[in-house]
Design a protein around this ligand. Structure first.
Ligand SMILES: NC(=O)c1ccc[n+]([C@@H]2O[C@H](COP(=O)([O-])OP(=O)(O)OC[C@H]3O[C@@H](n4cnc5c(N)ncnc54)[C@H](OP(=O)(O)O)[C@@H]3O)[C@@H](O)[C@H]2O)c1
Length: 263
């Protein structure tokens, strides 16, 4: 029997790294994808040493369409059996949309949306053909609401949420599970990369660790939920947008985000 791999994108830091440790602790063989070869090699070595599992590495810039196609082609060519697909890689830009470079906004759509869709397409097909598998796509609480000053990021996470819920209904009858993870504020390099001070994003006591998010997520996956929202307070945040009018929601989130992205 072929080895069954758990493929994790963005496994070199934050939530992806914590998920890799969580799955490895359960004995999963891993196929890790990220852009930085050095960080990927270090991550793989530490996972092998700590958990004694097989770890394959694939360096890939998910913002590069040709590289994503080559990644998918390589998996097919090597006949790798992916039992779990964890589409976690993602990043945000912060500030007025028209003030960002188009290059970074296009890269955001490539990484957060298009590469995720392409991996779901290629690997979802393989999973459907064998009648088993689990896809976990990483969205955000932000996916439940409009996000002025982080417009493209919020929209990308709404895409991931709606796409995953929809795909779940298509693939479920074929034996393939699809879940979507919507974390709240989680301490990781994500904020520094977006040039956001994390202490402005949420009070310290409300910020989760990537390890806690990963623990809750992997344990929840056993129950095959459609949407995983770690912690009750984040569930409330996801529900709140349905309670008031959309115009008010837009104004409130705009004010909150503006304060967070202000230099
Ligand atoms: N942190 C939060 O508060 C939070 C909240 C809700 C949702 N999320 C979501 O959770 C996911 C993980 O975020 P995080 O907080 O763990 O961020 P992070 O620590 O910055 O990790 C992002 C990961 O994605 C990889 N990545 C980024 N761009 C890539 C590219 N072009 N090609 C390949 N890999 C790329 C990075 O690896 P390399 O740099 O090595 O490529 C890294 O491993 C994201 O989808 C994010 O939107 C985060």
């Amino acid at each position: 029997m072929n080895t069954a791999y758990t493929l994790i994108t963005g496994a070199t830091s934050g939530i992806g790294l914590a998920l890799a440790h969580e799955f490895a602790q359960r004995g999963d063989a891993l196929l890790l994808v990220a852009r930085r070869a050095g960080a990927l090699a270090e991550t793989a070595a530490s996972l092998r040493a700590r958990h004694g599992v097989e770890v394959l590495e694939r360096v890939c810039d998910l913002a590069d369409a040709a590289a994503v196609t080559a990644l998918v082609g390589g998996i097919e060519r090597d006949g790798l059996h992916i039992a779990k697909l964890i589409n976690n890689a993602g990043f945000a830009t912060a500030g007025a949309f028209v003030d960002q470079s188009w290059h970074s906004e296009r890269d955001l759509l490539m990484v957060n949306v298009l590469s995720l869709a392409q991996l779901c397409h290629a690997i979802g097909r393989q999973m459907a053909a064998v009648g088993s598998g689990h896809i976990l796509n990483v969205s955000s609480i932000t996916g439940f609401m409009p996000g002025p000053w982080m417009s493209n990021y919020a929209a990308s996470k709404s895409y991931v949420l709606i796409f995953s819920e929809s795909l779940r209904e298509e693939l479920g009858p074929l034996g393939v599970k699809v879940s979507v993870l919507c974390p709240g504020t989680t301490r990781s390099p994500f904020f520094a990369k977006a040039k956001i001070a994390i202490e402005k994003a949420a009070p310290d006591r409300l910020i989760m660790s990537p390890e806690e998010v990963a623990r809750i997520t992997v344990s929840a996956m056993d129950r095959n939920p459609a949407i995983i929202i770690p912690k009750f307070r984040n569930k409330l945040l996801a529900t709140a947008p349905r309670l008031g009018p959309r115009w008010l929601l837009r104004k409130v989130v705009a004010a909150l985000h503006k304060a967070v992205v202000a230099k």
